[in-house]
Design a protein around this ligand. Structure first.
Ligand SMILES: NC(=O)c1ccc[n+]([C@@H]2O[C@H](COP(=O)([O-])OP(=O)(O)OC[C@H]3O[C@@H](n4cnc5c(N)ncnc54)[C@H](O)[C@@H]3O)[C@@H](O)[C@H]2O)c1
Length: 340
């Protein structure tokens, strides 16, 4: 089975992940690109041997397109993704699913009405070390999980986004909404939910704009750092830190403390996945390193999205799960209290 796919938004995530991964998938014939900046769409169409659409409507009315990636900036996800679903397309939307839980609910309503697949790109679930860690935890090889620590930080999105400038939408409240919490934090909240098969039910956090400045040299409107303490429904306690001001190497480390040992994932200077048993035995797993801004390998997300379309499976990251993580982020920033 071969079909075409459309991509809305032709910035960095499309260039480095969605377009190359669709190109590598044998079920995808052609990629049709749309961006409100037509030069960006044309440039990717040239690079990936595809074509461009002049509007979202043209993309959505093209019967050869079965599935859409919504890779636009956060503030328009609910508009594009809802339209695409209601026009009969399967959708993979970038994280965060939307810039409010109310908008996320609109997307979920469109998913129900359309009967199409909706998947959200919480790609941390797909890395080999995270998958293996989940298996160890699920099999209770180390007994019960007691506590956890997770962090995600790098030097900031002004070096990543297509504009490569401090005028980036990531720094604007009306476009990114949640700053580093919605950019990096939501990945780790989703990861903790996934690894622990549990959900965060209570959050306390400090957040602030400590160092980043916009194009005018003024402090940015959204947070560039968050430190938080978390409690899950099953009673696990944890901490999480998210930062756009870790100016050294990217930090993607997670530690899970269990009754019989400790799982260390992506700790700098260690193998990607290390288990330290209580008797001091150390097990190193031979799994690949995580994708970083400087190390782009196949995330597996596009293959999983195509697989759930072709084989009529539930997407591996559902809209409902993405909404649960979004609510934790809103709670962290004091914008909403998690309601279960
Ligand atoms: N899953 C991940 O690991 C990951 C990593 C980075 C970014 N993202 C997410 O991907 C999305 C895009 O981020 P990016 O890094 O590619 O940003 P970017 O700034 O590099 O690119 C965004 C593109 O979207 C286009 N766009 C914005 N509004 C549009 C509209 N209304 N219609 C059409 N095109 C529009 C812009 O012109 C730009 O080309 C964001 O939601 C971001 O949070 C996810």
């Amino acid at each position: 089975m071969e079909f075409n796919v459309g991509i809305i938004g032709c910035g960095s995530i499309t260039k480095y992940r969605h377009a190359p991964e669709y190109k590598a998938n044998s079920h995808v014939d052609e990629i049709i690109f749309y961006d409100r900046n037509p030069e960006r769409a044309q440039s990717l169409a040239n690079e990936f041997n595809g074509r461009t659409a002049k509007s979202v409507e043209e993309l959505l009315q093209d019967p050869s397109i079965i599935a859409i990636s919504d890779c636009s900036s956060n503030e328009v996800h609910h508009i594009h993704t809802t339209k695409a679903l209601l026009n009969g397309k399967h959708v993979l939307v970038e994280k965060p699913i939307a810039v409010s839980s109310e908008y996320a609910e609109e997307i979920l309503e469109a998913e129900r009405k359309s009967g199409k697949k909706l998947m959200v790109d919480h790609n941390q679930r797909f890395t080999k070390a995270h998958q293996k860690a989940k298996e160890i935890i699920a099999k209770k090889e180390l007994g019960e999980v007691l506590t956890f620590k997770t962090s995600f930080g790098h030097e900031g999105p002004e070096k990543w986004g297509i504009t490569k400038s401090n005028a980036t939408w990531f720094f604007k409240k009306n476009r990114s909404r949640y700053g580093v919490a919605g950019d990096l934090g939501i990945h780790k909240i989703d990861l903790i939910h996934f690894l622990l098969d549990d959900e965060i039910e209570d959050v306390q956090a400090f957040h602030g704009a400590l160092d980043k400045v916009d194009e005018h040299g003024d402090s940015i409107e959204v947070c560039d750092n968050v430190v938080s303490i978390l409690k899950t429904k099953k009673g696990r306690l944890g901490t999480a830190s998210f930062s756009w001001t870790y100016y050294g190497k990217e930090d993607n480390a997670t530690t899970i403390y269990c009754q019989k040992g400790v799982i260390k994932i992506y700790h700098d200077g260690l193998d990607p996945l290390v288990v330290e048993m209580n008797d001091r035995t150390i097990i190193k797993y031979d799994v690949e390193q995580i994708q970083t801004n400087d190390n782009q390998t196949n995330s597996g997300v596009i293959d999983a999205f195509i697989d759930c379309i072709i084989n009529d499976k539930t997407p591996p990251v559902t809209g409902q799960e993405a909404l649960a993580s979004l609510k934790v982020i809103e709670s962290m920033l004091g914008e909403n209290v998690i309601r279960n």
